[in-house]
Design a protein around this ligand. Structure first.
Ligand code: ZN
Length: 259
């Protein structure tokens, strides 16, 4: 019992620390800055270096009451939020797999989904590096999986990227505007390498459905004149659906093929 609590604590702490790194990735990668240098964090408002004791995930935010020690400017709540959900992602990965090779790949998948979600929200792009490293990790993971082969991964990628590319193509032909970016198509190649063909289909259909509902609600509350023009990024909905499938794929499959 005590040991289990300790392992949960380790998983959560590890997730918080990596979440702190994801904030750096989310901030620097789309701005064309390197992720590794400089190794310290700086306040985006005053440029002062943030000391290690002011950079403790979640805790520092609470102690500093969400403000920079030097210039008193507000630290976005997004930073501790990303740390917190990464902490939870690590805990859920641990619950699913225990500490194992599966944990590493499951948690890595979720870290990429979190980074992709927030970068897409901020910049409406999904960096190629993240999709590529995700796809590569999915392929490498097949070396360790018993129930999922390299062929499953490749078919999954082709299904996901192919279907979404087809949808994007016809959408462009029909409406003359780009509804989906190539970033979303590449994201599906990454997702497919982990989830296979059925997981790819689920991710696209569930993502489209949740995205459409969110779009309608968003357009309604945005009160914009031209409701057809209300735009939301698609990546976060794909990431959310893929995450649901990663954890509940077996149940979803059973339920679907049970009919
Ligand atoms: Zn500052």
């Amino acid at each position: 019992m005590g040991e289990t609590v300790f392992l949960f604590f380790v998983a959560f702490t590890l997730g918080l620390v990596i979440g702190s790194f994801l904030n750096v990735v989310i901030y620097r990668l789309p701005r064309g800055k390197t992720v590794s240098k400089p190794a310290f964090s700086f306040c985006p408002s005053c440029g002062n270096r943030i000391k290690w004791y002011d950079n403790i995930p979640v805790l520092s935010y609470i102690i500093l009451r969400g403000r920079c020690r030097h210039c008193n400017s507000q630290i976005p709540i997004r930073y501790p939020f990303v740390e917190l959900i990464t902490g939870l992602a690590s805990v859920f990965s641990f619950m699913k797999t225990g500490f194992s090779v599966d944990y590493i790949f499951t948690f890595f998948f979720l870290c990429l989904m979190i980074s992709i979600t927030f970068i897409d929200i901020d910049f409406r792009i999904i960096p190629d590096q993240l999709n590529l490293i995700g796809f590569a990790s999915g392929i490498i993971y097949t070396l360790f999986r018993n129930d999922f082969s390299l062929v499953d991964a490749v078919i999954g990628s082709l299904t996901g990227a192919g279907l979404l590319f087809g949808i994007a193509y016809f959408y462009l032909k029909l409406r003359g505007i780009e509804g989906l970016g190539m970033g979303d198509v590449k994201l599906m190649a990454f997702v497919g390498s982990y989830l296979g063909w059925f997981g790819s289909l689920f991710t696209i259909f569930a993502g489209s459905f949740i995205g459409a509902v969110a779009g309608i609600i968003g357009a309604y509350f945005s009160g914009s004149e031209d409701k057809g023009k209300f735009e939301i990024p698609f990546g976060p909905f794909l990431a959310l659906s893929a995450t649901v499938y990663l954890f509940f794929g077996d149940t979803i499959k059973e339920w679907y093929f049970g009919f």
